[in-house]
Ligand binder design. Structure first.
Ligand code: CAA
Length: 414
């Protein structure tokens, strides 16, 4: 176990070196296991193989335990940090692996295939906490916070949603009032992934509600700031180990230097962050869908009815085929969005397309997987009932399926 960890850390570390032309690697044969390479390069295939093996060995065996107990999976997070996967796209000068978006998506898919809670924890850390700090932070913000997050020493969270402001993010009610060298924040945030464990929060509040989205600001909040409190933990249907809680701000004092960007930049920071974040959720959904298919193929070959494996029945085969085709399509949409981002092209529409299609696919595959497992699929004896619960949230968080359609339509129609 320890050997695998050490070897993998070397792989991620050396990939970062290799990007800068300082190391080289032999090709792996892992792509054959997938039967298609999706045009992944050698580095991306290596990440895929490494994270797949790690997740199978270290994450999958504990997934049911974390789902049942709702404990934050610290053991998983520490191991992922040891592999440099808590700061996948952060440049090495700030402590990250410096890899591209596609590598990030591949890693999240493989992690989520084994444990969806760990998948969303890693996705939020990478894309909702580190990305906005790197993209919009000043040098002081980056130096102070990015190495802590990228190393996994501290957990980050993104606090946008409120009890009365979900899809209508600009309708938030949390206020920020400037006072001497501080802002004073008051309000409640809800459904905040990672918040049971997080110490650094990217939190949104308005300095003037009458300005609509133009009054919104993004603040970097440390857990120990006076007036900041983590509230009740949500007992959720799926991703139950994701440490999702309420946050309460009662005259919370935030130093003025902890504003990200300028006053009024917050909404655009939030939206730009979600464009990237939605690819992480798409990757999580592809991972869950793939796990549904893996489990279904295994079960269908083992389970005998009418003196033959149920995999020999064409109606079962049809379900497997529909799963396989949609998973491939979802993955290709995801890879396209990630590649566009890596090439510096526009990817807002493509990110929402990938998120919408992948999450719908995850849910459909989960329903089919439970159906193939019959009565057993409806019990906790097999993982498909957990996968079905985990799949559902991918249609909801980081923008519901309906919001993804709205974003796609606005981009189509101009
Ligand atoms: N990038 C940059 N700027 C953007 C943008 C984007 N993707 N989308 C919109 N904007 C800009 C617009 O250009 C506009 O700017 P101007 O004023 O300069 O013209 C401004 O933002 C306002 O845009 P809209 O008029 O489109 O805003 P809207 O109020 O109609 O909202 C919305 C748009 C797409 C519905 C948005 O509110 C939204 O995405 N809602 C869903 C919120 C969401 O996804 N929440 C998830 C919570 S986080 C979570 O779940 C994380 C977790 O824990 C896992």
């Amino acid at each position: 176990m320890a050997d695998l960890g050490l070897q993998n850390k070397v792989v991620v570390g050396e990939l970062a070196l290799r990007k800068s032309g300082k190391a080289s690697f032999a090709t792996t044969s892992f792509k054959e296991a997938y039967e298609m390479d999706f045009n992944l390069n050698e580095d991306q295939l290596m990440i895929q193989e490494m994270v797949h093996k790690f997740a199978e060995k270290e994450l999958a065996p504990r997934a049911a335990h974390y789902d049942k107990t709702m404990e934050f999976p610290w053991e998983n997070v520490k191991k992922l940090a040891g592999l440099n996967l808590m700061g996948i796209t952060v440049p090495p000068e700030y402590g990250g692996a410096g890899l591209d978006s596609l590598s990030y998506c591949i890693a999240i898919e493989e992690i989520s295939r084994a444990c969806a809670s760990t998948g969303v924890i890693t996705a939020v850390q990478n894309s909702l906490a580190e990305f906005p700090l790197y993209k919009f932070g000043n040098e002081d913000h980056k130096k102070k916070y990015l190495p802590l997050l990228a190393s996994g020493e501290k957990i980050g969270a993104y606090a946008l949603t409120e009890p009365n402001s979900g899809s209508d993010a600009a309708g938030m009610e949390t206020t920020a009032v400037a006072h001497e060298d501080h802002y004073i924040l008051n309000g409640v945030k809800t459904f905040i992934t990672n918040s049971i464990a997080a110490e650094i929060f990217l939190l949104y509040a308005t300095v003037n509600k009458s300005l609509g989205h133009k009054g919104i600001c993004c603040f970097i909040i440390e857990k120990n700031f006076p007036g900041f409190k983590v509230g009740k933990k949500e007992e959720m249907m799926g991703v139950r180990a994701s440490g999702t809680c309420q946050l309460i701000l009662e005259n919370c004092r935030v130093p003025k230097e902890n504003i990200l960007g300028a006053e009024g930049d917050g909404f655009k920071i939030a939206m730009t962050t979600l464009d990237v974040g939605r690819m992480g959720i798409a990757a999580q959904a592809v991972g869950i869908a793939q796990a549904c298919m893996d489990q279904s193929i295994k079960y269908a070959k083992e389970r005998k009815q009418f003196n033959q494996p149920i995999s020999s029945f064409q109606l079962v085969q049809a379900m497997l085929v529909e799963m396989a085709v949609k998973i491939d399509a979802a993955r290709l949409l995801l890879y396209r969005a990630a590649k566009l981002r890596d090439e510096g092209a526009k990817f807002v529409k493509e990110s929402s397309m990938a998120k919408w299609f992948s999450s719908e696919t995850a849910m459909e595959c989960a329903i089919k997987a439970v159906q193939i497992h019959g009565g057993y699929g409806y019990t906790t004896e097999y993982p498909v009932e957990r996968l079905m619960r985990d799949a559902k949230v991918t249609q909801i968080y980081e923008g519901t399926s309906e919001i993804q359609k709205l974003v796609i339509a606005r981009n189509l129609l101009g």
